[in-house]
Design a protein around this ligand. Structure first.
Ligand code: RIB
Ligand code: CA
Length: 317
């Protein structure tokens, strides 16, 4: 199969880091660019971390673009140092990258690149949907030009992870999510229904350390903080939310999905940021989203472990 041509939009983030490394190292993507957005960390730190990952994967030719520093309308920023560390990568003090963000603004680049190759580029989103909504507003042809959008965020049947009903990537910019969900673009929601079930156990994490490669060592070190954050919640084993997007992009056969009408709630003390999925359906709205409802977690994690532990040279660090 020819590599899948993609742009990754991201807010790294420890699970973003795992997803991005997998994407670079699995050999099945052509990654045209990495666009950054605020989310787990401020956008300039997200870009710095993306550059770190690109250098680790030894792909410095891939451009990293700075994107939206804040939501479309809201002024409240909710970074997540308690989950990802102050630096977004588990406070392991990994060396600063030599590279710098490319000139250009992420929403502009998303629109430009999609329009230059209509129907060819899928956008894989791992953070709030602000850059994507801005690209849609910037150029109304963008939605028709992207091949598809596969987005980590939302939840169909289970609870949220930042409120009773909302996931972080939607709650960080519900208005942007509403624009993207309503755009008529081929959209897949890789939400908490599946991502929270794809968990790396302490045993699997230890096996990665034992591989002894620089990449495996990096993953082992950054996930220490993340594993600790979940352990504080009583969860031994941490979900690799964003990685699941990469798995879906390459192996949709590992997933159970359903086409359903979905909209995003942008109001209400209890409902703000909710992805409202109409299963019955109660409305006559057309199905606009492919919703992931289940996944082969072991299949995804075995594959991830193989890629991470076999990448790069052995390193004694
Ligand atoms: O809810 C999980 C999502 O929020 C992941 O993308 C994580 O990186 C954070 O952005
Ligand atoms: Ca993320």
């Amino acid at each position: 199969m020819p590599p899948r041509r993609v742009i990754i939009d991201t807010d790294p983030g420890i699970d973003d880091a795992q997803a991005i490394l997998f994407a670079f190292l699995c050999g099945q993507f052509q990654i045209d660019a990495v666009t950054c957005v605020f989310g787990n960390v401020p956008v300039d730190l997200a870009a710095l971390n993306a550059l770190r990952l690109i250098e680790l994967a030894d792909r410095p030719e891939v451009p990293v673009y700075l994107g939206a520093p804040e939501p479309l309308l809201r002024r409240r920023l909710r970074f997540a140092p308690m989950v990802h560390g102050e630096d977004g990568l588990g406070n392991v003090d990994w060396p600063r990258p030599a590279g710098r963000p490319a000139p250009g603004y992420a929403p502009v680049e998303l629109a430009r690149r999609a329009l230059e190759a209509p129907g060819q580029i899928a956008v894989l989103t791992l953070g709030p949907l602000t850059n994507i909504a801005l690209a849609m507003r910037l150029d109304p042809r963008f939605a028709g030009a992207v091949k598809e959008i596969i987005a980590m965020g939302g939840t169909a049947l289970g609870p949220g992870n930042v409120s009773a009903v909302a996931s972080a990537n939607i709650m960080n910019d519900p208005e942007a999510a509403k624009v993207v969900y309503g755009a008529g673009v081929p959209l897949t929601m890789v939400g908490l229904d599946v991502t929270k079930r794809v968990r790396i156990t302490p045993e699997r994490r230890d096996r990665m350390k034992a591989a002894g490669t620089r990449i495996a060592e990096f993953v082992y070190r950054i996930t220490g903080f993340y594993a600790g954050a979940y352990l504080k919640e009583g969860i031994a084993g941490f979900p690799v939310h964003d990685l699941v997007v990469m798995a879906y992009a390459l192996r949709p056969d590992l997933f159970e999905v359903k086409r359903l009408p979905v909209d995003v709630e942008t109001e209400g003390a209890l409902t703000d940021g909710m992805t409202v999925v109409d299963f019955r359906p109660f409305t006559d709205r057309p199905a606009n989203v492919t919703v992931c409802l289940n996944a082969d977690a072991d299949g995804i994690l075995d594959w991830y472990e193989r890629v991470i532990t076999s990448a790069g040279e052995r390193d004694s660090r």
